[in-house]
Ligand binder design. Structure first.
Ligand SMILES: [Zn+2]
Length: 547
């Protein structure tokens, strides 16, 4: 009888995240799974093995797990990028950041010139008016680009958009529009900002074409390329209202289950938007494969802190503006989640502000008292302003947190000067407090809000440096090992996939991040710059240079 060949890969160093054997020097892989982790000598009795020295000089970690990203992260590149930071597109081209309002206008003018059809809307993304100290970028600035072509610019937070007068005229957004989330000037005219999904959807056909175009199949492949360059082998689409729709499932399966796609994908539904039933979610869950996971729930409670739409407890925003917005009515959360809770579905809830965290904790406490469960893995997504007493309660309720550690770098300076001030900014994404309270921690990039990149996410939590170079909340720094655990096994745990991925151990899927330098021995300040050679997904090697 012939035995399937097992390939043994020696490496310069291997960090397993397996507590009984945290470092080894070789991994053995049979088919899609790890067969053994140890030394080459220990593996001599494996039947029918061969040694492959491809990784002899490399550092191996479990493939990174991004437990909060969005399927549209690559699709946005179909539209014009006008964010503040330089950013690399799926083909590796670097787009320079727009550092002031004039640079945004110039970037949009170039895009305007390139459109042949005068009625085709100009679609752009990545805008972040909070960086522009001179004045707030509003619709009238976009009128300088075109008075006739509708312009829709999604903000970096993805919670807001700025539009021009032509778009507002086309869609009938005016002084009479009564909805919350449409700020108006002193004369009562909308300033061109659409806050949160309900207001953004008033952009009608333009809004639909913005998101519709990003569903093209090649954008899913592009997402795989972005993940591969970042060492990520498991992605999430956290909140897709069409996740139980057979066409959506078929489209994702067509890409993700293809053996040339370098990552697993977990798609969470967004039942607050889809009104999907428990039954449909359970049916979808049954359609999961090794690489494509379905049948979990994500709810967005509030907005974003840098967009001033997150719900904060007293004392609120520094400038005394009104509190943020509820994206879902807090008094309905328990009712919404009850059937999913009883069915045992995995539930994650977006809470940026500390008032939103209170609402989620109250709901979980109610549901657990009605229908007790121990291993539920309720996860607070973002969890940015959570206080120590809230972390103690999160721990008591056996919940998890997925922190948005990148915020310190991308918006830390603005949080100090503009949104919540230095004291509350210092406790944002407080990984040290969370770990000390015994809370299972992961950390995420929320791509496309910040770029896919687990080493950057880990670096941000280790160093807590802002873009101006200031250390924000040194007391909340964590170690490199804690941060790398959070973006591997910590994230897998929150997805209830820790039995399959997240560490290098026999039986688990052979998913690896393959690095050129050792993150444990370099200066922790350089963690985000460690070059990534590529990944392995299910035993198949994906060099980043080929993607
Ligand atoms: Zn998100």
């Amino acid at each position: 009888m012939s035995v399937e060949v097992t390939t043994i890969y020696p490496a310069a160093a291997i960090y397993t995240m397996d507590p009984s054997r945290p470092t080894v020097s070789a991994v053995a892989i049979r088919g899609e799974r790890f067969f053994a982790a140890g030394t080459l000598d220990e593996m001599r009795s494996i039947a029918n093995y061969e040694v492959d020295n491809t990784f002899a000089g490399k550092i191996l970690l479990p493939g990174f797990v991004e437990a909060h990203s969005h399927g549209m992260a690559a699709g946005l590149w179909m539209h014009t990028y006008c964010g503040f930071f330089n950013r690399s597109d799926p083909n590796g081209k670097i787009w320079t950041g727009c550092k002031n309002i004039n640079e945004v206008i110039d970037r949009l003018r170039v895009a305007d010139d390139s459109l042949e059809d005068p009625n085709e809307p100009l679609l752009a993304w990545g805008l972040d008016p909070i960086y522009f100290s001179e004045e707030r970028l509003v619709g009238s600035h976009l009128d300088q680009v075109s008075l006739s072509r509708p312009i829709f610019v999604l903000h970096a937070s993805a919670h807001l958009a700025t539009v021009n007068s032509a778009l507002m005229d086309l869609e009938g957004i005016n002084s009479e529009t009564p909805m919350e989330g449409i700020p108006k000037d002193a004369e009562g005219n909308p300033i061109g900002e659409l806050q949160e999904p309900a207001a953004m959807s008033l952009a009608g056909t333009v809004f639909r074409s913005f998101f519709g175009r990003m569903k093209a199949q090649d954008t899913k492949w592009a997402l795989g390329r972005l993940a591969n360059k970042a060492g990520i082998t498991t992605l999430t689409d956290l909140g897709n209202p069409l996740s139980t729709n057979q066409t959506t499932i078929d489209e994702w399966r067509d890409v993700v289950d293809n053996e040339a796609f370098p990552a697993r994908m977990f798609i969470f539904d967004s039942p607050a938007m889809s009104q999907t039933s428990t039954e449909n979610l359970l049916i979808a869950k049954e359609k999961s494969s090794d690489k494509l996971r379905l049948g979990a729930v994500k709810v967005v409670l509030d907005g974003s802190i840098q967009g001033y739409t997150a719900r904060l407890r007293w004392p609120g925003y520094l400038d005394d503006r009104s509190n943020g917005m509820w994206v879902f009515p807090p008094e309905q959360l328990t009712e919404l989640l009850r059937p999913f809770h009883e069915a045992g579905l995995l539930i994650h809830v977006h809470c940026n502000g500390d008032e939103a965290v209170d609402v989620f904790l109250e709901t979980v406490e109610t549901l657990l008292s009605e229908f007790p469960k121990t291993d539920h893995r309720y996860t607070v997504q973002h969890c940015q302003l959570t206080s120590p007493e809230q972390y103690r309660r999160i721990s008591a309720l056996n919940m998890c947190v997925n922190l948005f550690s990148n915020h310190t770098w991308y918006w830390g300076d603005q949080h100090v000067t503009s949104t919540v001030g230095p004291d509350r900014a210092a406790r944002m994404n407080s990984a040290r407090t969370a770990l000390d309270a015994g809370v299972p921690v992961s950390m995420h990039c929320d791509a496309p809000v910040t770029p896919l990149g687990s080493l950057h996410v880990a670096w941000a939590a280790v160093n807590r440096r802002t873009a101006s170079g200031f250390v924000l909340g040194a007391e909340e720094q964590i170690t490199v090992d804690e941060a790398l655990h959070a973006v591997t096994l910590g994230a897998a745990y929150q997805l209830k996939m820790d039995g399959e991925i997240g560490s290098i151990a026999p039986r688990k899927f052979a998913d690896l991040a393959i690095l050129e330098e050792d993150p444990y021995t370099i200066d922790p300040n350089d963690l985000r710059d460690v070059p990534i050679w590529g990944t392995m997904s299910g035993g198949k090697i994906f060099p980043a240079e080929n993607t």
